[in-house]
Write a protein that binds this ligand. Structure first.
Ligand code: AHR
Length: 342
């Protein structure tokens, strides 16, 4: 071996050693990074994005309050946005949460369909999604980790059951029992609660031939629209209406105003059953203007952030978390009203 080839071999060996050491170093850095991110995050380091539907009802206001105050209580950085009833605003908000790299995304979908693409984007970015309050109708259930909220079909059934079991006792004495005419105020078109409360109620009512739904229309879950649509129902049906079934209390409260302005007594001339169990419904029941409200709890904040904390700590959570709820007829309103927090 001459001097030149000896130097060349030495150079090659040295290069190999350097490459090996560099690779080892990289490996070390890589391992360190991985174990750091695997560590459970401190709750104060978490960022959560939450896309809310809007502020259409007392229920929604209480729901937003529950989410925001619970985040504050746990010192979690919450990015909260109000979509003002527009799906495109919710999709924009979710995309911006993905771009910001939040730890978890929560949202209450305004309607059931059309979420596939944005949910896939969140999945590809590795950000878990929690559905709260309302479901989506995507087949691929791996696009969200859990869906927490009420069983809306059951709420519709409960409203129907209360009506068939109690109508005879609460109706005006001179009202004939044959053909009880029901008008229905539906929630937001295409939303899970409107679809499910519609079908749950019919599951029960359709088994009782004496009950007939004569009019059904959306009141968009708002008091103003509930009043407006009830005015139209009264205009076309007059004193013919026996029962109002409203998909939420706000619409029932708006309809109560319309009924009074029409010169009839809500809760007496027209029996009213609605859903949510907000304070306003209890106040109306105490005044005898509403007959029954089926509970739908908006207080999802604690449950939501329990799930968030579990997720960021790598713990598993059930795919469906159903809220427990009750039915409140007028007779219990006075006693229960002081305990209502929303
Ligand atoms: O999704 C829940 C429903 O949305 C509530 O019953 C209604 O009041 C709200 O706006």
């Amino acid at each position: 071996m001459n001097k030149l080839t000896g130097g060349c071999v030495m150079y090659k060996v040295l290069t190999k050693i350097i490459v090996f050491l560099a690779a080892l170093g990289l490996l070390f850095v890589g391992c360190k990074g991985k174990s750091d991110s695997d560590k459970p995050k401190d709750i104060s380091e978490i960022t959560v994005g939450f896309s809310q539907i809007g502020a259409e009802s007392a229920w929604r206001t209480a729901n937003s309050e529950s989410i925001v105050s619970e985040a504050k209580k746990r010192s979690i950085d919450l990015k909260f946005s109000d979509a003002q009833q527009k799906q495109e605003n919710q999709i924009k908000a979710i995309r911006s949460y993905i771009a910001q790299g939040v730890d978890v995304i929560g949202f209450s979908p305004v309607v059931e369909s059309g979420w596939g693409p944005v949910l896939r984007e969140a999945k590809e970015a590795g950000i878990p999604v929690i559905l709260t309050d309302r479901a989506v109708d995507e087949k691929d259930t791996s696009l969200w980790v859990t869906f927490m909220g009420s069983d809306f079909v059951e709420e519709g059934r409960r409203a129907g059951n209360w009506l068939v079991e109690n109508y005879e006792n609460v109706k005006r004495a001179d009202k004939p029992m044959k053909y009880i005419k029901i008008v229905e105020l539906q929630g937001t078109v295409g939303s899970a609660p409107a679809n499910d409360r519609f079908s749950g109620f019919r599951e029960v009512i359709d088994k009782h031939a004496e009950f007939k739904i004569i009019k059904t229309q959306t009141g968009e879950f708002t008091r103003a629209k509930g009043k407006e649509v009830m005015e139209a129902f009264l205009k076309s049906e007059g004193k013919n209406i026996d029962v109002l079934y409203a998909h939420n209390d706000d619409m029932a409260l708006g309809a109560i105003q319309a009924i009074e302005q029409f010169g009839l007594k809500p809760g007496v001339d027209i029996i009213i059953v609605s859903i949510d169990a907000v304070r306003g419904a209890f106040e109306a029941m105490v005044e005898g203007k509403l007959n029954c409200t089926v509970e739908c709890s908006p207080l999802l904040g604690p449950q939501f952030f329990d799930a968030v904390e579990k997720l960021v700590n790598g713990e598993s959570i059930p795919a469906r978390i159903v809220t427990e709820e009750d039915v409140f007829p007028q007779e219990v309103a006075e006693e229960v009203l002081p305990t209502r927090t929303y």
